[in-house]
Write a protein that binds this ligand. Structure first.
Ligand SMILES: Cc1ncc(COP(=O)(O)O)c(C=O)c1O
Length: 445
């Protein structure tokens, strides 16, 4: 965009004023008063740089995919050490896109077809599994391990059938699933692996970032996540073919790869033959996939670009807060199953998951009530046991559309006895101490 000198000066002034506005409107930190101030489980952590970047982008008035989106995709791919990254409007859209890409006819025999099975877990977030169900594939649920909330890899072989095509799993609350076992299982049986990395950006497995172990990985940038752009997500992969399918499906299903506002980058816009379309039919309107429009506005990406620069600091703070809670909760480790990193993992924690042990004289619901009364925000492990959610009513009644490997006792345990609290970078030492005191006090009544 070419801007007149006066417009450039005005932009610079506006950005200086924006930073001043931040200092005035958001700058001061309120004192923490235990029991009165709210302790959120998560939230956006930002300063004037995000707002300045947002306003900068709004003055471009480009609105759709633009310079910040492109930069964000390049920066995140480089952070993760992957070739391709596509920005989308949510983590749920990212999961939809990642799964849908694997149904593309371009993949021939390996594509997922209706009725094929996808192994996953029920203790998690609904939109890790929604794309499987919506497409008409069959989720097959195996149980989880209590201390990690992650897939019990000893059950994978038993869950396999002649229709199994993929494994789709999240790293629960940042704690990495056993990547060695899951990838070995997928390789042994020629299965796709979709890594829902929405709660684990920055987690490492044997020194490498998660999200790149599967054929496709996904992120969410909704405010509670490791970094935010309000609404946003990403799909990433090292596979060129999957990347081109993901791009097409993100952008209406079209074959053309010109970004918004660009025409005829390939120079062959009116000179190609596609299927039975007339020769030279405008490539901009040639659809090689059935797609969506899952793009974000460039203003969201402008916030994301700054947040991504801060990500290493955010991850370190989450790890520190996790360690602090583990130390402070030692007095009640006989009453609570405290979270443990999967051996081999260096988690970038999303939350602090605890399961109340049996017969300790206090229930999960009592602990949650005590924390919420003390103004500490708590969370369940999302859907608990997804197969018991109302959205499964029809499938449960008919006994069709999904399978479980046995009764999923640990998944039910998590639904009944587990909850989590936050470790986000906005948490102070005082807040961590207060949360731990409240928990210890409620157990030692
Ligand atoms: C594991 C997991 N996957 C996917 C999502 C969906 O992300 P979004 O809220 O951006 O749609 C979430 C949301 O928190 C999540 O926890």
């Amino acid at each position: 965009m070419s801007e007149s000198r006066r417009a450039q000066e005005l932009r610079a002034e506006i950005l200086v004023k924006t930073a001043e506005y931040y200092a005035e409107a958001f700058g001061g930190e309120a004192d923490f008063e235990p029991g009165t101030s709210r302790v959120s489980y998560a939230g956006r952590v930002f300063d004037e740089r995000e707002i300045v970047s947002l306003v900068d982008s709004s003055l471009d008035f480009w609105l759709t995919y633009g310079r910040f989106s492109k930069q964000f995709e390049e920066d995140l791919a480089s952070f993760l050490g992957l070739k391709h990254c596509f920005l989308v409007n949510s983590g749920s859209s990212a999961n939809l896109l990642a799964f849908s890409a694997l149904t593309s006819p371009r993949l021939g025999e390996r594509r997922i077809e209706r009725g094929d099975e996808v192994i996953t877990v029920a203790a998690g977030f609904p939109t890790t599994i929604a794309p499987i169900v919506q497409f008409g594939a069959v989720p097959v649920f195996v149980d989880v391990v209590l201390a990690t909330g992650n897939v019990d890899v000893t059950q994978l072989e038993a869950a396999l059938s002649s229709r199994t095509k993929a494994v789709m799993l999240a790293h629960t609350l940042g704690n990495t699933f056993d990547v060695d076992a899951v990838t070995a299982f997928c390789e042994r049986h020629g299965l796709w692996l979709v890594e829902d990395n929405c709660d684990a950006l920055g987690s490492k497995w044997r020194g490498r970032y998660t999200g790149g172990f599967g054929h496709i990985g996904t992120s969410s940038f909704y405010p509670p996540h490791h970094m935010t752009m309000g609404e946003g997500g990403a799909v990433y992969t090292d596979d060129d073919e999957l990347a081109s399918i993901v791009l097409a499906m993100r952008d209406w299903g079209r074959d053309c790869i010109c970004p918004s506002g660009v025409d005829n980058r390939c120079g062959k816009r009116f000179s190609q033959q596609f299927g039975t379309l007339p020769f030279g039919y405008d490539h901009k309107y040639v659809y090689s996939e059935f797609g969506y429009n899952l793009k974000v506005s460039d203003m969201q990406a402008a916030v994301g670009v700054v947040q991504l620069e801060k990500l290493p600091g955010f991850i370190a703070a989450r790890r520190r807060n996790f360690e602090t809670l583990t130390t402070l909760l030692q007095p009640v480790r006989d009453a609570l199953i405290l979270p443990e990193p999967t051996p081999g993992a260096e988690p970038s924690w999303f939350g602090y998951l605890m399961t109340v042990r049996e017969g300790v004289g206090v229930t999960r619901d009592e602990l949650v009530a005590a924390l919420e009364k003390a103004r500490v925000q708590t969370r369940m492990l999302f859907g608990g046991n997804m197969t018991r959610q109302p959205c499964f009513d029809g499938m449960r009644a008919s006994g069709e559309g999904f399978r479980t490997l046995g009764e999923l006792p640990n998944t039910d345990r998590i639904m009944n006895d587990a909850f989590w609290i936050g470790v986000y970078p906005g948490m102070t030492e005082d807040m961590l101490a207060f949360m731990a005191e409240t928990i210890v006090g409620s157990i030692r009544r």
